[in-house]
Design a protein around this ligand. Structure first.
Ligand code: C5J
Length: 227
């Protein structure tokens, strides 16, 4: 067992029963010239977490843990995108519209791909999700159960939207989840700060938070709280 001196209290996990879930590290959200930037967002905020995500992913792969990547992605005919989602957002550039890196949030488009630095490798799971949460209308829960996964480590973007929604969905399905604080980001720093606080409040009401350095220390056996 490994243990992280997490917030609000220790998070103890077995690598064999834990998955690293990387939420929506897609080109359109993170790269300059993509959808996110076209909407006026400062994508450098999101790009800044990539090195920490890379280090964490490399260490998790080395430890032999399961890796799950998600993409927010719709079918080309948008039949999996309800009006409640389609008719919101920025009216100048909506889901399915032609953006700078192809159609926005549509499967197979260049902007919909995971950034090169975190590209999935053979054996890793890639989930295309039509919602903000990773569990809605995907087979994620069943797949994790089949593999005996009980604990989840979350990273990715954006903290208060797809990451928070996925972590709340995980919590309601009985997973113990930890958010890696330096491996998640928002276009709105105050939203990230609030989301992190919310998730670990009230005795980890949604889950735990810790830094990637704390996770790596636990994986390398350097954690003072290692059990
Ligand atoms: C994600 C979004 N991935 N903000 N999507 O958070 O619409």
């Amino acid at each position: 067992m490994k243990s992280i001196d997490a917030n609000p209290f220790a998070f103890t996990f077995d690598v064999a029963k834990t998955a690293l879930v990387i939420i929506d590290m897609q080109r359109d959200f993170i790269e300059p010239g993509g959808f996110g930037e076209t909407l006026g967002n400062d994508v450098s905020l999101l790009a800044a977490i990539v090195p920490a995500c890379q280090r964490t992913l490399a260490a998790w792969r080395q430890a032999g843990g399961l890796v799950v990547h998600t993409r927010e992605a719709h079918d080309a005919d948008l039949s999996d995108c309800p009006p409640a989602k389609l008719n919101r957002g920025n009216p100048t550039l909506r889901i399915g519209d032609a953006g700078p890196m192809g159609r926005i949030l549509v499967k197979g488009e260049p902007g919909n791909q995971i950034i090169e630095a975190l590209a999935p490798v053979a054996g890793e799971v890639v989930i295309d999700k039509p919602g903000k949460g990773a569990f809605y209308a995907t087979g994620l829960h069943e797949m994790l159960r089949q593999r005996g996964i009980t604990h989840l480590l979350f990273m990715g973007v954006t903290t208060e939207v797809c990451v928070q929604t996925s972590m709340r969905e995980a919590n309601d399905r009985g997973y113990d989840s930890l958010l890696l604080e330096d491996c998640t980001e928002s276009y709105f720093p105050q939203f990230k700060a609030s989301a992190v606080e919310m998730m670990r409040a009230q005795g980890a009401i949604v889950g735990w938070t810790a830094t990637s350095e704390q996770l790596l220390a636990a994986l390398h056996g350097n954690s003072t709280s290692q059990r």
